[in-house]
Design a protein around this ligand. Structure first.
Ligand SMILES: Nc1nc2c(ncn2[C@@H]2O[C@H](COP(=O)(O)OP(=O)(O)O)[C@@H](O)[C@H]2O)c(=O)[nH]1
Ligand SMILES: [Mg+2]
Length: 424
């Protein structure tokens, strides 16, 4: 039995003075059977309410002659019940408010530690949040038009049509069940459903690269040209070098003139080693030699840069397929990670690209770059949904420190914080 119905049943008995007395002696609700069936939270509330109840009972009964406007006994019962239920509701609301406050505080604290994360995602958050805020101002209460608009906002943010429909179905269902009509409140439900939508895709939630017991751990970086592969490699190298790892970069993008030079430049900036061969060398043979070096010289981590010529799937398949086979020749269980780099600005088109890569190589994760420059952060949710691959890192700028592990909480609640900041 739920707390409210239990309290109701308790009160419905209170019809006479005797019964009231009897009940007061029964007030030891802690030992009652019903009490045992309550959840811990409800037990706490029940005990608080017991105190409130005592106050009501301490109120003197009005005698039939003392008050001409006296209420009938039944009305008094009703009033008392209502007061108690109001009190319960008030307490719940207070608790919810407190929870929200705590959540905000937690985020504020995180924000200080990780200011870059928030500012990096500012555009994405504000774009989304400002649309949401505007919408809730236009429609204070939910209606069909409100949901249509919400759908448009999600799709515009690149959440993807299928996932948008699923999320909105769940939002509507929950709002109907809980009787939520206030659109500002629906924002909370929305973010919760987005969170659940992401989490329910299952699979792993690790973001960091997991190092193998036997060196080296091999990480293959793939993606279309210009998405930020080379920059991401530099950022990853910096991240793990700072953790004391011995790192080797392999320049297997041998096709473009500047690609090897670019990687060499990053290697010297970050202060890690690089293996490369002349331009136009066979990428697979570069990998073979580079990995042999990594194995014999006990590198902890190898990051392999690749070319991303997507004009022809067969070509990509041939080249990446060969690279993979050669990697396995040197280290049987490698590559341990295959990360696809995606530019956040490419939206749904990026997802199509990702699908092609996924067909060619088994991906273990996605790195979304240029999140600092997009207002379409919804792609993070769409990727998880359509590719069933987790977002592991996000790129928030062009410098080597501008890489963060993807933090779902921060990302989603940032949507609401953006919302609150934009209130006035
Ligand atoms: N703003 C921003 N620019 C980025 C980010 N990652 C990469 N870039 C830029 O995107 C361009 C292409 O990057 P590059 O690493 O050469 O891409 P690749 O062709 O995939 O290797 C460069 O100008 C980078 O500075 C990011 O997270 N944010
Ligand atoms: Mg490159």
């Amino acid at each position: 039995m739920g707390l409210i119905s239990w309290l109701k049943s308790k009160f419905s008995k209170k019809s006479s003075q005797e019964e009231k007395l009897e009940q007061t002696s029964e007030e030891n609700i802690e030992t009652s059977k019903e009490f045992e069936n309550l959840t811990d939270e409800e037990k706490k509330q029940a005990l608080e309410l017991k105190e409130a109840l005592k106050e009501f009972e301490a109120e003197p009964e009005e005698t039939s002659t003392s008050d001409k406007n006296k209420l009938s006994k039944k009305d008094r019962e009703k009033k008392r019940k209502q007061e108690l239920l109001d009190k319960l509701k008030e307490k719940r609301e207070e608790k919810e408010k407190q929870k929200k406050e705590e959540k905000k505080q937690l985020l504020e604290n995180k924000k200080i530690v990780d200011q870059k994360y928030i500012t990096g995602l500012d555009k994405s958050h504000k774009g989304f949040a400002s649309k949401l805020t505007k919408l809730s101002k236009e429609h204070k209460q939910k209606n069909a038009e409100y949901f249509d608009e919400l759908e448009r906002i999600l799709i515009e943010s690149d959440v993807g049509v299928k996932l948008t429909m699923e999320i909105l179905d769940q939002v509507e269902k929950e709002c109907n069940e809980k009787g939520i009509t206030d659109t500002a409140e629906i924002n909370d439900v929305l973010v919760d459903k987005m969170f659940i939508g992401y989490v329910n895709q299952g699979g792993t939630f690790k973001t960091d690269i997991e190092f193998k017991d036997v060196n080296p751990t091999v990480c293959l970086i793939v993606g279309v040209n210009g998405t930020g592969k080379t920059t991401t490699i530099a950022k990853l190298a910096k991240r793990y070098k700072d953790q004391g790892k011995k790192i080797l970069l392999i320049a297997a993008d041998t096709f473009r003139a500047g690609a090897i030079e670019q990687l060499k430049l990053w290697a010297s900036r970050v202060g890690v080693d690089i293996f490369f061969k002349p331009e136009n060398s066979d990428p697979a043979s570069v990998c073979y030699e580079g990995l042999t070096k990594a194995k014999s010289e006990d590198y902890d981590l190898v990051l392999i840069d690749t070319a991303g010529r997507l004009h022809n799937k067969q070509y990509l398949m041939d080249e990446l397929g060969k690279v993979q086979r050669v990697i396995k020749k040197v280290i049987q269980d490698a590559p341990h990670e295959t990360l696809l780099v995606l530019d956040a600005n490419t939206g749904q088109n990026g997802i199509e690209q990702a699908k092609v890569f996924k067909d060619v190589v088994p991906l273990t994760g996605v790195v979304i770059t240029k999140m600092d420059g997009t207002s379409k952060g919804g792609i993070i949710l769409a990727i998880r949904d359509l590719l069933e691959v987790p977002v592991r890192f996000i790129g928030l700028g062009e410098q080597m420190n501008d890489l963060k592990e993807f933090d779902l909480d921060m990302y989603l609640y940032g949507l609401l914080i953006g919302d609150e900041n934009l209130d006035d």
